[in-house]
Structure formats: structure tokens, C-alpha cells
Design a protein around this ligand. Structure first.
Ligand code: ACM
Length: 678
């Protein structure tokens, strides 16, 4: 069986279960033994409507199998692609059945997409030795929407790069490419009616987003000295759409509104509330000119992108300028609005109506729920899962892309081993663990769960190589979340397949994370440690209570034996805004040798080391003796760092008090994971 990409898994004393090294793992695989070898004489025959036939034929001719087309239906040594009315029990149009016998391989499906996915399975099966294990694979996706988002605004990535990612997406059966085309860092799509968007708002002073954002944050004329940026011409956009179509991928353009629009409002300041360039990120919702602009832009966008959905962003509007803008206030009055949020929903509703009138549907980040969701809108849930769940409860479709599982701009391994990222910690295993459908869902609600998407924001990702590094192999885990049936998922099995896939991707010229040398989570985060304070009572001083959003499970978080991981957001770290002051009651006088706590620092989101730590003890809980006072100079930097502060020596104590204070000049959060008493 060597070379067949078969691995044998034994569970207890059952028969060995044979699994193929396919990502995403198919629904049902029946292997009978033996193999069909594809060779130079193998002939391709496609029975499908002309358009699909052409796509599939060209695709297979260019594939490593280099299949040539037979002049008549072959009866031996064949690859047959057969589009039929119905295929077994398969319900999804994208499903397929692949049957391999010693005479050849037949793929049956009810659509070109289904055949294409059967072909991807065939290509994955033949990747090492051109052999196909005999048997039958019956397969269909769990979710209809299987997406990846690329942010080409923060750093611009061009046509060839996008096509290369489409190749890989198709190979892993993803079918939606969402392109974030507009944001403060640069407008990236040619709009004929508004040339300033691309001859000015697409160009900036700094190559690197972070330097630019923290620096002068200026836009410059296209072609001027030092101008950095770029954009897709309309022809290039059409080329992406066409290329994606040949990979059965729909491209969804995102045009941000009402916020994330600093670049537009600098090029066309009359669309902002103040009419002053470089002043705000939000469009003026009171001004009719805003709608004229948005509609004109969307008309050109719809002309290029045939997708059902147009993504309108909708996220993170500050809404600040709306509060004092006479036009916004007049709009509120006229429409009988009471809350400022209603201006956001006014804009979204109105744009939705416009899109609907043009036969399209609106997709937006979960903030489009604020002020009431537009009637036909679909929500892309990024601030956790609540937005998506709320949309579904209201009878809308949702696409899940929660930050904790789907934000590929997070660190994928120990931060000290990785290039600087925005923060977080999202290893392959965590992506893989995601299930978009909560157990509490009814079958009706589950039906409205349209799918799942990985988001790759590029603030900290200046090069195409780096972007690929953040995508691969995590997108493979997402592909399996999106496609595979839950009972077929097994992380260890996936990990073995992903290791092979990483080698394959590298051989194809993709820059990937080095999965086989993954460091893993911070020691103590996955497996409890032992110490004297475990399970003991912790008393918090009221004025320094932990922040409820970072409770890490509550009052026992600091004595539960579990250390924090690489991210303060993992709910293993407890967050404090007003210093730490906790006392642990060991219940009886106890000999102690050390009292320590770890802190983490990541300055971007305002997480800092303490300026001072004091450890003291008591036997009555009233009179405390100071054991150590540790002063620390907090230094702002780009790294994610971890440091232990405490005391060691010899003492007897029942009560142990641990205090830590902020450095006033930085403020922000202190995060502590455990008070370790030995
Ligand atoms: C988002 O991450 N602001 C959608």
C-alpha cells in the first residue's frame, strides 16, 4: 500500500480504519484495497454542460495529472466526470461520489462545482504516486459558505498573489473569497466616477502600515516620490472574478461604510460631517451626497462582481461626528430617530434597499445589527458569535468569523518564535476546534448558519510571503471546519494530514508556518500545575476588583493551577484596571518558600507589566509583614513578553497578600494568571 497515502488507524481492537490523506476529510470513504494508477495513457471524459466541461477540461489539462481528453468515451484507463440529475444520498449541489475501480475513476455530481470538488479529491489522492485507492468516496460540504477574507487595504497584494491563493482555496474546497478593498490605509479598486479614490486615496507615505499609522498618516498623489500603495483596475478585478469562477469560487467585494473610510473622506471631504480632510473615519449620514457617492460606487462594483452578496463593512463606526453634525441631526429629526445608532441602521437599510433593487443582497459585519437589522441582510459575526446567533434568531442568515477562532492575523505559535502580529494566539488546533453551530440550536436555526470564514487583516503583514505564512496551514483547519462532518473530525488525524499538506504547499511555492516545529501553548496553560494555594479562598480588595470581561472564570482564577497562555484574551489571564490586591487564605499557618505571579505585556492593546509588586504575609489576616517590594521599570516595546514577579525565602504564614500597581504613564491593564505559592 506504500505510496497510496493511506494511513492505518487502530482504535482498540477494532479493524484498522483506513484514512486517506485528504483535506478536508470526506464524508464517507470506503476503501477496498488495491489501486488504480493514472498514467500517460489515462484518458479524460467529461459529461457536463459545455461551460463546466470547458472549465474542468482546462483545469485538468493544467493539473499535475496533465490529462488529455478522449475522443470517445473510454472503457478502460479512464477518468470520467459525469454530471447527472441525482447522485446517491447527496443533498448538496457541491457534493460528489468518486468511485475508483481497476479500470479507472468516475466522479459523479449534480453540478460543475461537485465535479470540481471530486477532482480536488482525486488530485489530493494522486499527489504522491499518481495512484488512486480503489473504493468509493461519497462527499458533500457541511456548510454552503466556506470563505477566506483578504485585506488588501492595509498592505496591497496584487493580482498574481490573489490568484495563487485562489488555487489553494479551491484545492481545499473553499468557495468564497471576500476581498476587503477599502479602508483607511488605502482604497484598492478603480472607480471611474471617482478618480481621486485611486490617484490619491490608494497611495500613502509609509510602506509599512504600522509606521504609517503611528506616523504622519498622510495620503499622497499616485506617482509622487515615495508613494506606496496600489489598486486593482476594473479589468484586473474582472480577471480575479473570472479566475475565481474557474475555481468555483465567488469573489465578494467589500466596500466599507459608514466607517473605516478615512481615505475616502480625505479625497472627498465633502462626504464627511466636518468637510475637513484627515478628520474622521465616518461618512456623514445626513448628507444626500454620501448616498449618491455610495450608490455610484456600488453600481460600478456590481458591474464587475456578479456575487449575490456585496459586503458593506459596517464595523466600528465611532458615530462621534454624527452627534454634532447639523445634517445628521436633521436626518434624525426627520426620520424620528432617538438613538445615534439609528443613523447607522438608516444607512445600512437604505444601501440594502439599493442593492436589493439591483438584485443583490447585503452582507455586513455584526455591527449592522445596531439600530435594527436590514430586512434581507446577512450578518458576518466577528465580535464573538453573538451577532451571528442574534441574526439567526431574527431569521437571517449568518456567517461566523469570530475573532477567537477565525482571525488569522493572531499569533499562530509562541509569540517569541513568530514575526510580530496584532496579538492573540490562534494555533491550528484552536481553529480546528471551532464549531459554528452551538449545541443549543434547533435544526431550523442550524439551517440559517450559512458558513464560516477566516479573516486575514493585514495591518502587521507587509509582504505576500508573510501573508501566506499566516494563512497556511490554518486555512486547512478552517476548510475542514467548513466542509467536514463533525463526527469525522479528529485533530490528531488532521494534524498528520496537515503536516503532509505543509510539505506539499511548500513544494508548490507557498510560504507556510513550520508546523512540525510548532512550540505549542505556554507551559501550564493546558496542564495544571501544583502549589500550596490551589483551591484556597482569594479575597479581592473591592477597589481593585478584576475587570468582568477578563474574569478568567472568577474568584478562583488565581489559584486554579492553570497558567495563562500566549494571549491575555484566553480567559486564563485575569485583567485588572486599578492594580491588583489579593489575599489568599492558606487556612492554617504554612511554611512557604516562594510567592510568584506572572504578568504579560503587549503594548498595542494596552497590556503592561506592573510598576511595583509587594508580597506580604500575615497569620491573623490583619497585621501584614512585607516580604518583598519589587520595583520594575515598564518599557514600551513591540514584543509580547512574560515576566515573573514575587518573593522567595523562608517564612510561615496563613495569609499571603499579593499587590501589584500600574505604571501611571501607561495605564491600561495588568494581567495575572496565577499566584503561585510554594
Ligand atoms: C473587524 O474586524 N473590524 C470586522
Amino acid at each position: 500500500m506504500a505510496g497510496l497515502l493511506l494511513s492505518l488507524t487502530f482504535t482498540g481492537c477494532e479493524q484498522p480504519k483506513e484514512t486517506l490523506s485528504i483535506i478536508p476529510v470526506p464524508l464517507n470513504t470506503e476503501i477496498v484495497g488495491g489501486a488504480f494508477a493514472v498514467n500517460e495513457q489515462t484518458q479524460l471524459w467529461i459529461d457536463a454542460p459545455e461551460a463546466d466541461k470547458k472549465i474542468l477540461q482546462e483545469y485538468l489539462a493544467a493539473s499535475p495529472l496533465k490529462l488529455s481528453v478522449a475522443t470517445e468515451r473510454p472503457t478502460d484507463n479512464f477518468i470520467l466526470l459525469n454530471q447527472t440529475e441525482g447522485v446517491g444520498d447527496i443533498k448538496s449541489q457541491e457534493g460528489y461520489v468518486l468511485t475508483a475501480t481497476k479500470n479507472g475513476v468516475e466522479i459523479q455530481a449534480t453540478s460543475g462545482a461537485g465535479l470540481f470538488y471530486g477532482v480536488q479529491t482525486l488530485l489530493q489522492m494522486t499527489k504522491e504516486a499518481n495512484k488512486v485507492a480503489l473504493g468509493t468516496i461519497t462527499d458533500e460540504p457541511r456548510f454552503e459558505y466556506r470563505g477566506m477574507m483578504l485585506d488588501v487595504s492595509r498592505h496591497f497584494f496584487g493580482l498574481d498573489f490573489v490568484k495563487k491563493q485562489i488555487d489553494a482555496m479551491a484545492y481545499y474546497k473553499l468557495n468564497r473569497l471576500h476581498i476587503h478593498l477599502t479602508d483607511a490605509a488605502g482604497w484598492r479598486i478603480e472607480i471611474k466616477k471617482y478618480p481621486r479614490l485611486t490617484n490619491f486615496a490608494a497611495w500613502r507615505t509609509g510602506k509599512n502600515w504600522k509606521e504609517w499609522w503611528n506616523g504622519d498618516k498622510k495620503y499622497v498623489e499616485e506617482g509622487s516620490e515615495g508613494a506606496v500603495g496600489g489598486y486593482f483596475t476594473q479589468d484586473q478585478c474582472r480577471e480575479i472574478v473570472e479566475y475565481a469562477k474557474k475555481h468555483y469560487i465567488t469573489v465578494i467585494p467589500e466596500i466599507e461604510m459608514p466607517s473605516h473610510s478615512e481615505e475616502v473622506l480625505t479625497a472627498y471631504p465633502e462626504l464627511s460631517c466636518t468637510h475637513v480632510p484627515y478628520k474622521q473615519a465616518d461618512f456623514c449620514v445626513g448628507n444626500e451626497k454620501t448616498f449618491e457617492f455610495l450608490e455610484n460606487v456600488l453600481l460600478e462594483v456590481m458591474e464587475i462582481f456578479p456575487s449575490e452578496y456585496i459586503h458593506v463593512g459596517g464595523d466600528e463606526a465611532s458615530k462621534k461626528s454624527w452627534e454634532t453634525c447639523p445634517l445628521c441631526q436633521a436626518r434624525m429629526k426627520k426620520e424620528g430617530m432617538k438613538e445615534i445608532d439609528e443613523l447607522q441602521s438608516y444607512l445600512i437599510h437604505r444601501v440594502e434597499k439599493f442593492l436589493n433593487e439591483h438584485g443583490r443582497n447585503l452582507l455586513g459585519w455584526d455591527e449592522i445589527l445596531e439600530g435594527g437589522l436590514a430586512p434581507n441582510a446577512t450578518v458576518m459575526s466577528w465580535r464573538g458569535v453573538e451577532g451571528g446567533l442574534k441574526a439567526i434568531e431574527g431569521g437571517h442568515r449568518a456567517i461566523m468569523s469570530p475573532g477567537g477562532f477565525c482571525y488569522f492575523d493572531s499569533y499562530q505559535d509562541a509569540p517569541h518564535t513568530q514575526p510580530e502580529a496584532i496579538g492573540g494566539y490562534l494555533p491550528l488546533k484552536k481553529v480546528y476546534s471551532y464549531d459554528p453551530i452551538p449545541e443549543t440550536f434547533t435544526p431550523e436555526q442550524a439551517k440559517l448558519m450559512y458558513g464560516v470564514q477566516a479573516n486575514l487583516w493585514a495591518e502587521y503583514i507587509p509582504t505576500p510571503e508573510h501573508l501566506e505564512y499566516m494563512i497556511y496551514p490554518r486555512i486547512l483547519a478552517l476548510a475542514e471546519v467548513a466542509w467536514s462532518a463533525v463526527p469525522n473530525k479528529d485533530y490528531d488525524d488532521f494534524h498528520a494530514r496537515a503536516l503532509k499538506a505543509v510539505d506539499e504547499l511548500r513544494a508548490k511555492g507557498y510560504n507556510t508556518f513550520d508546523l512540525k516545529n510548532e512550540v505549542g501553548n505556554r507551559p501550564g496553560a493546558d496542564k495544571p500545575i501544583e502549589h500550596l494555594g490551589i483551591g484556597k479562598k482569594v479575597v479581592y480588595v473591592d477597589s481593585t476588583q478584576y475587570y468582568k470581561g477578563y474574569a478568567a472564570g472568577g474568584d478562583d482564577a488565581l489559584v486554579n493551577g492553570i497558567l495563562g497562555g500566549w494571549s491575555y484574551t484566553d480567559q486564563l489571564w485575569q485583567g485588572f484596571l486599578n492594580g491588583v490586591d489579593v489575599t489568599i487564605d492558606l487556612e492554617k499557618e504554612t511554611p512557604i518558600k516562594s510567592v510568584n505571579a506572572d504578568f504579560m505585556q503587549i503594548c498595542g492593546p494596552g497590556v503592561f507589566m506592573p510598576k511595583q509588586v509587594i508580597v506580604s504575609i500575615s497569620n491573623d489576616g490583619k497585621e501584614f509583614t512585607e516580604l518583598a517590594k519589587v520595583d520594575h521599570q515598564v518599557v514600551k516595546d513591540d514584543a509580547v513578553t512574560f515576566k515573573t514577579f514575587g518573593w522567595s525565602g523562608e517564612a510561615n504564614a496563613r495569609y499571603v497578600r499579593y499587590q501589584a500597581s500600574h505604571d501611571e504613564q501607561f495605564g491600561g491593564f495588568l494581567f495575572v494568571d496565577e499566584i503561585v505559592i510554594k
